[in-house]
Design a protein around this ligand. Sequence first.
Ligand SMILES: [Zn+2]
Length: 346
Amino acid sequence: MRPLLAAAVFVCLLLLLGGAGEAAGSLHRITGIDSHAVEVDGRAAQRIEITVKKAGLHYALSERYHADNQLLVELEDVALDEHLPHEIALDGAVLQRLVVIPRENHRAALRIYAGHDLRSADAYRMYTVPGTGREKNTERLVIEIFADGGDALSKAVMGHTVVIDPGHGGSDTGAIGPSGACEKDVALAVSLRTCDLLTKAGAHVVMTRTDDVDVAYAGSSASRELQARVDAAAAHGEAELFLSVHCNSFSNPDAHGMETYYYPKTDADERFATLLNEELAAAGGLYNRGVKYARFYVLKHSDIPASLAELGFISNPEEEQMLTDPAYQEILAQALFRAIARYFEE
Ligand SMILES: [Zn+2]
């Protein structure tokens, strides 16, 4: 008797929750789509808000761009409200229309037609906002499309190929700070962040290493190791710019500041080193030791304009702390990104 009663209660619960047939409770129901003009960080934008019942929507920008002035957003585990229109006319200036495309297996897509190119990483933003209070189990998917089409610097690097060379690696630690921080790790962390920013903006990045390894082989001579880095760049015939990332070190722990180096084998080496120096000085907050001439191996032997940046002194306790701080590493990466973008823009 008892098990039977339990089973009956279970069935009632299922009915109450609406879970008798298909698992409707597990789907995110899209109940509304709205659009209006907004200003975000001083930039005019058109905001699209999609109201979703049940938080935690899975959404992704489709890799399959059909045209430069469209966004295709793929949604998973969704149910479309029956009152939801299939096509919505937008403001007509920044955006033209939004089309809701139902797909099989509880998937759907939103295709947004804009009046301008959306390829820049900063041409739009997409995020969700959770509901509060009684609306706790709802959320809004927000898509903001900027009227200016995105950041000019991001557009400047699009389609260009850049080599980033994180100094040292593997058996070669580079300089070691008073608290034990290794130059090879700082160089790699900042280089990977810079690579990420460039890739998001549509550049091709060739990394001489993406891990804690020797580029030639463990224990190789310094010149063989450095030639391996030059070769990595040369293997990509389309590479246009070479950036080597390092930290400085000196026996006196008071030595401090940032500097950039060039070897004038082309017309552009000094210009690149100057742009890097300007951006690092503006962003990093360290003493500026200037733009310097040097016969460094990678600068001299690479075919393309090259510069070596010494981000700061890892031998200085204060700068060692800064160089190992992920937030500061991101600031440095953004500065390197801006310098590279300005190189292609100017
Ligand atoms: Zn170094």
